[in-house]
Design a protein around this ligand. Structure first.
Ligand SMILES: Nc1ncnc2c1ncn2[C@@H]1O[C@H](COP(=O)(O)OP(=O)(O)OP(=O)(O)O)[C@@H](O)[C@H]1O
Ligand SMILES: [Mg+2]
Length: 311
């Protein structure tokens, strides 16, 4: 079964005009995106996200390695008609909004009533019908980003590739784009999006990949990635705070974290001190913590508390 997007061992080097300086943007980069998922592509500035996206769109070729989009090699021109693409910097010709979207629909082979209907639908999807007669030259950054999304949607794509789709959007527009992406997925379609807005990513993505210095350092479902700590948080009451180091007192309750291997011992310690265990839960990291940990090797390790050795 082909995948929506597949990168195999891709390396991409940019060379300066005279070939003296080289930048290796991607190195042994491999990634698979399945049909029907919303996939988040994360990484610090300069990690290589836009490079990977531009390779899939066939704007340039990899230095080595290969990839497939919707089952076809990246340079297969006809496949691009089945894909909607939003660039990180939206650059559209200055013309009336409706004419701009029509133009992109036309490029994708639409005409007549189908083109009119698709143009209307795309403008409506990003809530820009009321601005359809205005010139794009007068649009704000967020309005242009919405137009970029409308342009990506006009050909009713099977796969949406979005390079930071919501960076300029106001909160209401972000919510409506999130709903749009979920509707899109419910039709069996696929979304591949890069973003720095980790909280947004947590809300919509099924799986994510974290990129650092041109290669994938972690990929998986959000659930698996965020729960993969070996710590549990225990909440107890009626115990003296001094019983566990680094515990936090909240009213009558004591919160502390211990490695899973010490969970039983910690609970028994609470009981033998005459206390009561209120809850035991796996410690979930935030996506931000995981991101910083994986992309910045100098970052301080996660601060999790441990009980004093059980002496
Ligand atoms: N046209 C280019 N010529 C030379 N180097 C480039 C070019 N485009 C990108 N690079 C370099 O490739 C690396 C990856 O850049 P890329 O734009 O793919 O990162 P990114 O992950 O999209 O970052 P951001 O989050 O800032 O958008 C960077 O070191 C960048 O300087
Ligand atoms: Mg980028």
């Amino acid at each position: 079964m082909p995948r929506a997007l597949e990168y195999e061992e891709i390396t991409k080097e940019y060379r300066s005009w005279f070939g003296r300086r080289r930048v290796r943007a991607l190195q042994n980069f491999s990634l698979s995106v399945e049909y029907g998922e919303i996939f988040g592509f994360l990484g610090p500035n300069g990690a290589g996200k836009s490079t990977a996206i531009h390779l899939a769109m066939g704007f340039m070729r990899p230095s080595s390695g290969s990839g497939r989009m919707l089952g076809q090699p990246f340079d297969h021109v006809a496949t691009r008609r089945r894909v909607g693409f939003l660039a990180e910097n939206v650059a559209l010709y200055h013309r009336r909004a409706e004419a701009a979207i029509r133009f992109y629909g036309g490029l994708n082979g639409l005409h007549g009533p189908a083109l009119a209907g698709a143009t209307h639908g795309a403008l409506e999807a990003v809530d820009m019908q009321s601005e359809s007669g205005r010139n794009l030259g007068q649009f704000s950054r967020g309005m242009l980003q919405r137009m970029g999304l409308a342009q990506a949607l006009v050909n009713d794509p099977e796969l949406l590739i979005l390079d930071e789709p919501t960076s300029a959007l106001d909160p209401a527009a972000r919510v409506s784009i999130r709903e749009l992406l979920l509707r899109f997925r419910s039709q069996g379609k696929t979304v591949f999006l890069s973003s720095h807005l980790l909280s947004e990513v947590e809300l919509v993505c099924d799986r994510v990949a974290i990129l650092s210095h041109g290669h994938v350092v972690r990929t998986g479902t959000l659930n698996d990635m965020l729960e993969a700590t070996d710590q549990v948080e225990i909440v107890a009451q009626s115990v003296p705070p001094a019983l566990f180091a680094n515990s936090a007192v909240e009213g009558p309750r004591l919160h502390f974290a211990v490695p899973k291997s010490l969970q039983r011992e910690a609970i028994e310690r609470v009981w033998s001190a005459g206390g009561e265990v209120v809850s035991v839960n796996p410690v979930r990291r935030s996506l931000e913590e995981l991101f910083l940990e994986l992309t910045n090797p100098d970052a301080a390790p996660l601060k999790l508390t441990e009980p004093r050795a059980g002496k």
